[in-house]
Write a protein that binds this ligand. Structure first.
Ligand code: URA
Length: 439
């Protein structure tokens, strides 16, 4: 991969034709195209045609890397070099995935520095910033100085994507969203990694979700994406490790913003659901290994969830960004919508599936997510899994609990949840949580 100046003689139809014919772009061509688009010199309709050609023809690893560098360099590049052992973590998006809320304070308690940009939820997937904003007073915007200072003092600072980091990705993502070009491996890999490279951390841990609730539906696709992203990071001189994890059913038992903060705090107290607890330990081990501290990593990661050190970091982080720590001490104070409704088992047997996509969509229609950027959301609504896949159930037993506000979206949410539940006569084959690793 190389960084180049935009070519002066940019001919976009030639580039579209080249990709349409399955040819390979040079770094200069990609830089010119991305630079031109970011500056408003290339219209959406030409880039849309080019994106579709990329979806059909693909990109070589070299092209994907060059595209990523051009996107990363389309805005500011954060300089974290003054901070010790910087590590970033990214999930490709899931349902009930509150891992960042637990993992990042664990890493800070272990002596690493997390200075990270996080996203809001989009479509059926949740976002870390939305979850944190259910804590009264917590603020996702920090000046550059405050961000670096907090990272140095607390070891953990999380901000929203308001900075001028990888602006080309923002533009391209919005265009991909409306031109059926989101699900395309080189475009997903470059989108994620451009933001990671611009964010400046030396080590990067990627949680690549696979299954019904994820972009990648099969392990083979997830592995390809993980390898592509790891290669980009390695070429850019970063330590990258990726873990492929199951997203067939939601992670943990709670989905919805306030509810997920409550479950994250329980996990930080060592009392979280088994799958979430285990995933946080696995990712912490990967992060420690990436940062060069693999000795005794598992035991050290585990101890942060039992000795109060990760919880203390989370409390300090929330307070540093204006949040009221009383809500961390007593998460029952968080606003949870008062309405309750339940989905009951129609027959007895074993719970074979709870479709993550259906749960994510149910939270969305209840008002807990947004269908359009910038929409206000209700942090208090959500869904609780009263039973997890493979557990035995009897007819009439409540399986899922809906937390709703004045029945907004309730009927639709219940329909979605009912359609996503499967009960069988025998337990399903045990689905492993960790589906693979790329290091
Ligand atoms: N997440 C991103 O940031 N970009 C994609 O293209 C897909 C998921």
């Amino acid at each position: 991969m190389s960084s180049t100046q935009p070519a002066a003689d940019l001919n976009v139809p030639d580039l579209i034709q080249k990709k349409r014919n399955g040819e390979t772009h040079s770094a200069a061509e990609l830089s010119a195209l991305i630079g031109g688009y970011t500056r408003g010199k290339v219209p959406d309709y030409q880039v849309a045609a080019w994106l579709m050609a990329v979806c059909w023809r693909g990109m070589t690893p070299q092209e994907t890397g060059d595209l990523t560098i051009s996107m990363a360099e389309s805005g500011d590049l954060l300089d974290l070099s003054s901070l010790p052992h910087t590590v970033d973590k990214h999930s490709t998006g899931g349902v009930g995935d509150k891992t960042s809320l637990v993992l990042t304070p664990m890493l800070a308690a272990l002596g690493l520095t997390v200075a990270k940009m996080s996203g809001r939820g989009l479509a059926h997937t949740g976002g870390t910033i939305d979850k944190l904003e259910s804590i009264p007073g917590w603020n996702a915007e920090l000046s550059d100085e405050a961000f670096l200072e907090q990272a140095r003092e607390v070891g953990l600072a999380l901000v929203g994507q308001s900075r001028n980091l990888a602006p080309a990705d923002g533009l391209l993502y919005a265009l991909r969203d409306v031109t059926a070009t989101v699900e395309c491996l080189p475009l997903i890999a470059s989108s994620i990694m451009s933001k990671k490279l611009a964010s400046g951390a030396r080590s990067i841990v990627l949680d690549v979700k696979v299954g019904a609730g994820a972009f990648m539906k099969t392990v083979a696709d997830g592995e390809q994406l993980a390898r592509a992203m790891a290669l980009i990071g390695q070429h850019a001189g970063r330590n990258v490790r990726a873990v492929l994890t199951d997203m067939q059913a939601p992670l943990g038992r709670l989905a919805g913003n306030s509810l997920e903060v409550q479950e994250a705090i329980a996990t930080l107290r060592g009392q979280g659901p088994e799958d979430l607890h285990r995933l946080c330990i696995e990712l912490a081990v990967e992060a420690l290994t990436a940062a060069g501290f693999s000795d005794n990593a598992r035991a050290r990661a585990e101890s942060t969830l039992h000795d109060g050190s990760a919880l203390a970091k989370f409390r300090a982080f929330v307070a540093a960004q204006g949040g009221d720590p009383a809500y961390i001490d007593d998460p029952g104070l968080l606003d949870v919508a008062p309405g309750r409704a339940e989905v009951l088992a129609e027959t007895g047997g074993f719970l074979n599936s709870v479709d993550a996509l259906s749960v994510g969509r149910a939270v969305l229609v209840l008002g807990g997510g947004r269908e359009r950027k910038g929409e206000a959301i209700d942090h208090g609504v959500g869904v609780e899994l009263l039973v997890k896949p493979s557990e035995a159930v009897v007819a009439g037993q409540p399986l899922l609990r809906v937390y709703h506000r004045q029945e907004r979206g309730l009927e639709r949410a219940l329909d979605l949840l009912r359609s996503g539940v499967g009960i069988g006569a025998t337990p399903p084959d045990a689905a492993p949580l960790i589906l693979g690793r790329i290091g």
